[in-house]
Design a protein around this ligand. Structure first.
Ligand code: NAD
Length: 307
């Protein structure tokens, strides 16, 4: 078996990585794993994405079972909690077919309590689970510069670090299983809330006839400065909402953070309001737009749609 490039001193032999879910994020992450020298075998429900991986030097599999049976590491990058449950704990899933000792990394954004439950189920099968959701979007996935919040046992996290370093640049172990997902939920709360406030500020500035681009420039240099202002204000002013991160996915994530906060009795009144806005935007048929389209609702509520 080929020994892999490994930035850790300790030798780990984990040649084959099965990647399940080759979408917007999983596809480029798998491509970066190939570039880092790993033997990558991919599976996706829609086969054309598997073909794309093969054209980049990976191997294709026709099922989860065949993808994982000879892998030392399994990386899942799927939409939501039920998808991950089905793929890992289902009858033909990862737990049924991966060999004991396999490291399973879940980079999907799912409910923290589901991550904890699945990590326990994995342990019962001798599979080592690490939750490693990511932030940084499609661009971060392509550039291999994702920010990765990692939950799990310290030894398991150390062992998966070389794999995560091939797809991300900021990798932080934040606690036991489920903690990565909890941090990701907090991330999504902050991002949605910030988008909403930037949207409100932009519509407010426009209503006063202020030169919005100049306003953004000065705002970005002060205490109001933030990455949403830096990266999205321009497209928001232009009412250009090509994703990016889709409203559908952020709606799912607002559901995760509101229910997780409720479970521990933490009030998130602003977050709950933004969750409602995100849901309303989706209900109005904008689920496939970028989440910065929250501005469209501010336009509408202000009687400025199409202004
Ligand atoms: P996506 O919908 O583009 O990709 C998911 C892929 O999983 C699809 O190709 C789909 O065919 C496949 N899939 C679904 N169910 C499957 C199954 N049962 N078996 C095999 N394949 C299956 O989604 P994405 O944008 O890549 O997001 C994946 C996860 O990463 C989500 O949890 C999302 O919230 C999170 N995330 C996304 C972004 C982003 O900018 N898109 C950023 C950070 C985190």
């Amino acid at each position: 078996m080929k020994t892999l490039r490994n930035r850790q001193e300790e030798h780990i032999d984990m040649t084959t990585i099965a990647v399940i879910g080759l979408g917007v994020m999983g596809g480029p992450m798998a491509a970066n794993l190939i570039k880092a020298g790993y033997d990558v075998v991919g599976y996706n429900r829609s086969p054309e994405k598997v073909n794309a991986l093969v054209s980049q030097g990976g191997r294709g599999a026709a099922s989860v079972a065949t993808a994982v049976k000879d892998a030392q590491v399994v990386l899942t990058m799927l939409p939501d909690s039920p998808d991950v449950e089905e793929v890992v704990a289902g009858k033909e899933g990862v737990f049924a077919h991966a060999v004991p000792g396999t490291l399973w990394i879940d980079s999907s954004t799912i409910e923290p309590k589901v991550a904890v439950r699945l990590a326990q189920a994995a342990a019962e099968r001798g599979i080592r689970a690490v939750d490693a959701p990511v932030s940084g979007g499609e661009a971060g996935a392509r550039e291999g510069s994702l920010s990765i919040m990692v939950g799990g046992d310290a030894k398991d996290v150390m062992d998966v670090r070389p794999v995560l370093e091939a797809v991300g640049s900021t990798i932080v172990h934040v606690g036991p299983s489920g903690s990565g997902q909890t941090v990701k939920a907090a991330n999504q709360l902050i991002v949605a809330g910030t988008i909403q406030l930037v949207a409100e500020a932009l519509v407010f500035l426009e209503a006063y006839g202020v030169e919005t681009e100049a306003a953004v420039k000065v705002l970005a240099g002060g205490l109001a400065g933030n990455r949403i202002l830096d990266r999205k204000a321009g497209s928001m002013i232009a009412r250009e909402f090509t994703p990016g991160f889709r409203v559908d996915l952020h709606h799912k994530d607002m559901g995760i953070v509101t229910s997780a906060a409720r479970e521990v009795g933490v009030a998130i009144p602003l977050g709950a309001a933004v969750a409602q806005f995100m849901g309303a935007l989706r209900a109005r048929g904008h689920g496939s737009l970028d989440h910065s389209a929250l501005l469209l609702l501010v336009d509408e509520l202000s009687g400025r749609a199409g202004a």
